[in-house]
Design a protein around this ligand. Structure first.
Ligand code: SF4
Length: 281
């Protein structure tokens, strides 16, 4: 068999961008395929713009949208249960169908909105199976990823999986991409640490406050979704709050540790650039 095609997810975040650059350098553009799933429409417009810029100026990124069929492993299940399998699967539609939003403990959004649609796309476009995957996972992201290796077997996609930045820090990913003079998702310069979704169900306190301060429309969107589904977007885990609707969570994000007192410095207007990764010139 000839050398495989290397297929990588391109989320618009720095880790997948660094991994893509590494694979482009090592394997050549002709053997690298990048694909992005729109995460059920939960990406910020700046992230979508960044992916468009990358696709036009660096390397094409194929766009995939989740559909209701992706809710199940068996492609026939949606129709058997009376759903339209080709209906676009938005973030809120997914939560409505599961009657709950995803959370750190039940992170089904990754599976339904990213892994399943991308696998469907790969099977349709590369039926000969001569491909390997690569990803931007890093060991220091979480304990669950602490044992990741350069080369693994990917059971889900049934192929080899390369993790070129597995032992890099996030700062190394920024430095590497900057060295290659590629644009970086502007949300990082605005102080965000997670840019995959806007917001992510796993957003930390600073990111939640940042969404509320800089892009309140993202919080408005979540408030509408919560009313529609009748469940909270963020898992109810803020101490001292029985149920954490999004406005409770934003109020908590304005407080210091302990969650009782507002901190003036947390609620002052943010500076123009507050990147933690040395992105200001
Ligand atoms: S970025 Fe967060 S909310 Fe979006 S799919 Fe990943 S885990 Fe889910």
């Amino acid at each position: 068999m000839s050398e495989p095609i290397y297929i990588g997810g391109f989320s618009g975040g720095i880790d997948s961008q660094a991994a893509a650059r590494f694979m482009l350098n090592r394997c050549g553009a002709a053997r690298v395929v990048l694909v992005n799933s729109d995460a059920g429409g939960n990406k910020h417009p700046l992230t979508i713009e960044h992916i468009g810029w990358y696709s036009a100026h660096v390397h094409p990124v194929a766009r995939v949208q989740a559909i209701v069929r992706d809710m199940w492993v068996n492609p026939d299940t949606a129709a058997e249960r009376g759903f339209d399998p080709n209906e676009p699967l938005t973030f809120v539609r997914m939560a409505e169908m599961r009657r709950i939003f995803p959370s750190r403990k039940r992170q089904f959004c990754t599976d339904k909105l990213k892994l399943q649609p991308i696998r469907r796309w790969i099977l349709a476009n590369y039926p000969d199976g001569n491909y390997a995957r690569f990803s931007g996972v890093r060991r220091d992201e979480s304990l669950a990823r602490a044992d990741r290796q350069w080369l693994e077997w990917d059971d889900f996609y049934d192929c080899e999986l390369y993790n070129p930045v597995y032992d890099w820090s996030k700062q190394m990913c920024f430095d590497y991409v900057k060295q290659h003079k590629e644009q970086i998702n502007p949300l990082y310069s605005l102080g965000f640490t997670r840019v995959g979704c806007a917001p992510c169900v796993n957003s930390n306190k600073d990111d939640i406050l940042n969404w509320a301060t800089r892009f309140p429309e993202m919080i408005d969107k979540v408030r509408v979704w919560e009313r529609h589904v009748g469940r909270t977007f963020f898992a109810p885990c803020v101490p001292g709050m029985a149920i954490n609707w999004v406005d409770d969570v934003v109020a908590w994000a304005k407080t210091d540790r302990g969650g009782r007192q507002n901190n003036l410095f947390r609620i002052l207007p943010p500076p123009v650039c507050e990147s933690r990764y040395g992105l200001c010139e």
